[in-house]
Design a protein around this ligand. Sequence first.
Ligand code: ATP
Ligand code: MG
Length: 711
Amino acid sequence: MTDPLFDGLTQPQRDAVAHVDGPLLVLAGPGSGKTRVVTHRIAHMLRSGVYSSQIVALTFTNKAAEEMRSRVERLAPQSTVWVSTFHRFCARLLRHYSNLVGLESNYTIYDTSDSLQILKRSLQQQEVSTSHATPEKVARAISWAKNNMILPERYEANSANAISSIVRDVYPEYQRQLRAANAVDFDDMLMLVAQMLQENDELRAALDERFRYILVDEYQDTNLVQYLLVRSLSQQFPNLGVTGDPDQSIYGWRGANLSNILDFEKDFEHVNVVRLEQNFRSTPNILTVADHLIGHNKRRKKKSLFTDLPAGNPVRLLTYATSHEEAHAIALRIASQVAQGKRRPRDFAIFYRVNALSRSYEEALRQQGIPYMIVSGVEFYHRKEIKDVLAYAMLLNNPRDDVAFTRVVNTPTRGIGQATVLKLQVHALDNGISMLDAAREAGMIDSLNKRGAVAVAKFVALFDRLSLKINEPVEEILGAILSETGYRAQYEDSDDEEDQSRLENIDELLSSAREFDIQHPEDGTLEQYLEDKALVNETDEFDAELDRVTMMTLHAAKGLEFPFVFIVAVEQGLLPHDRSKDSEAQLEEERRLLFVGITRAQEELELSTASKRDFRGRRQMTVPSTFLFELPKEEMDFQAHLAPPPTASRPQWDDVHEIPEDDYSQIGESGDFSDQTPSEEVPGFTKMLMTAADMVKGPQSARPKSDPDRF
Ligand code: ATP
Ligand code: MG
């Protein structure tokens, strides 16, 4: 008899899928079916009598969660298993138990820029000088503390580190102001839930019982808080099943801790460990390249991975003269494959290290008329007009939200100047009230002049009128905001093209509200809509069904697969990223990032560099990545020439590769790559900036110098 849950699986995959009770660790390389095992296992648990409500499956991106949910639904129709990101899971718990951590259930989730406003205000309030560190750096240090479960009162400054003493002084005030605004930052959501579980054993035990079965995919990327969360929910019911690949851990900079997965067997008794060794995704040629690269990491356990797939084409490595030529050649290559009917646009992906690189590839694809999508979902919600409109909604939902108040009180302009806002802020802080409440008392604030007080009173009246709509469908609430505040009108009256595009974006926001209303006919609240938007992340815009080339960062590519992958700008300073240059541990993480990129490819993989790169408004000489010297040259294709593409506008391949000797002197000039002076980073490396074929003959000294073990 056929069984869709087990048919076609390998024996180790079946073992993992059949596991119901007790801790399970699936440790395996890329493309070995880890994610597939998670979904089949959920379906199998349901079939074995476990209730949907007892299972929660956690992962990192909305897209991965959505994908998993739909696969489970396909295998087990009508199931209502909670598949979520860590952040959404915690956001929901926090709404429910907000009072335990000093919040009200209508709390606001601040994005990075909103949190930064609060931080700046806290720095001012505490009179902390930031001459040694930007607020952004302080924010990162606080985020690090939160990810490591260090509460403000327990934060200890390290005397050797100037930022840490700033953090010590400002972290408690920052936290106080967040709470006063009934708001959390991203890191709070996880930290507060973990804290709540630590401090309240009754609640912990109840939730442990409720979520008897917890599954975590990509477990190698969990940080301490996430680890504490799943651990504390797996005490009486240690049915925690985790899947992961230590070689794909790429979130160290966000506090991810590899020892979570490496120590899993120490944390739990009687762990069922399953290793999957067959790769179903990539050709042997691609796997060999990936394997060679990752073999250069010292801190890892060796894994074997084999595949039965045909060898496929060799992996290509190309050096172009300029980034413009690189982008153009890639676009032509895609265009020609599509024109020949060999592939469709959606078969291709272009990965880069940082979003800022996307522009030239985008332009090249556009020139060739190839449809594409850039996956960077958060950007839409960072646009000024979107943030403005949502800030009104946030203030309606949570009148204590001072960041939202400050944003909208004079937007569009209504005669409430900076000085007035500052006076309201002082009055609010002095009296321990929100800025909106301070505004209600405007008439009594001596320092405010009459005109200012009247303008503020009008704003309060406007706010109160809008508040009456709070229980209407979200689209209507947003519609009322747009018309009654005059927000839409200010752009409608303008001929400016940018203003017209703002209107289009606003309409797009309204459609998102309409969609939300349709999806939640009964239970859709403004609060829930705002939570949804606050937790949008990078991968949300990725839609595998659309027939478009995908462009995304290497980080966003995790867990995905594409028939044809281009990894571009594999250059020093970008990959490995500049900031990893002082730490061997970070360099290893960068190597893992490239490994993740390589292992997304199913059939074809092309790595490329450009000798000159236009980036962030400058033209820079580049140095190929040290990682390229770690690849198995014998098994790759370094041919400098590609077959001429069948279009008139083909590039001049003959002059693509050679760089005049003189140009070497420019390497390491000021700009983004200035710190990457090759002779410092890798002895004798400058000489190796040559043709692709020369590149692989690089001497052994191409290996970077080791740094003290920081891991
Ligand atoms: P990553 O580490 O990149 O997240 P993974 O281990 O989660 O990879 P999956 O995405 O689950 O791997 O699987 C990789 C590909 O192999 C998918 O296309 C999946 O459908 C396919 N696959 C997995 N197991 C099998 C199998 N037993 N037979 C055929 N195809 C399989
Ligand atoms: Mg996976």
